[in-house]
Design a protein. Structure first.
Length: 154
């Protein structure tokens, strides 16, 4: 059995996720008497989870769009790759933040998913990042993953 949604009710969960991100952005931008609190590891873990979910969605959209519309599919593949680059930077930033649950170490910036003692969210973000990394490596080349500059051509 297939369910059809009305066009004005299509993709309700995606709209809700976007609304949640907009709400969070507004909440961070509110002027208050208290200085803003810097980002912490839990915050970056949640943001990384959001980006990897969006990464999977873009992957699926690119796969279904490419056969009938190759040009549009290429743009979605490019967006998929650029989103991976953003996700990788969030992962790197996570490891550069201090770990409040353990004594700081010289290896704080390195990813060690085999270390179970660090526990969540380190274990969660690293496993999620490695799983997403496997999918991106199957579909892109190292040249595709290099930093890029984008020029607007009109």
């Amino acid at each position: 059995m297939t369910y059809r949604t009305r066009p004005d009710d299509a993709h309700p969960y995606l709209r809700a996720a976007s609304a949640g991100v907009r709400y969070h952005t507004r909440a961070l931008a509110r002027p208050t008497a208290i200085p803003p609190v810097p980002v912490d590891r839990v915050h970056l873990d949640v943001l990384h989870a959001h980006l990897t979910a969006l990464h999977r969605l873009l992957d699926q959209l690119a796969e279904t769009t490419r056969p009938p519309h190759p040009a549009a599919g290429r743009h979605l593949i490019t967006a998929h790759t650029r989103l991976w680059q953003a996700t990788a930077e969030i992962h790197s930033a996570f490891h550069l933040l201090p770990n409040n649950t353990a004594a700081p170490s010289a290896e704080a910036s390195e990813c060690h998913p085999e270390r179970l003692l660090e526990g969540p969210p380190v274990l969660t973000i690293c496993q999620r990042h490695l799983a997403a990394g496997h999918s991106i490596r199957r579909k892109t080349t190292p040249t595709d993953l290099r930093p890029h500059t984008t020029a607007c051509v009109r």
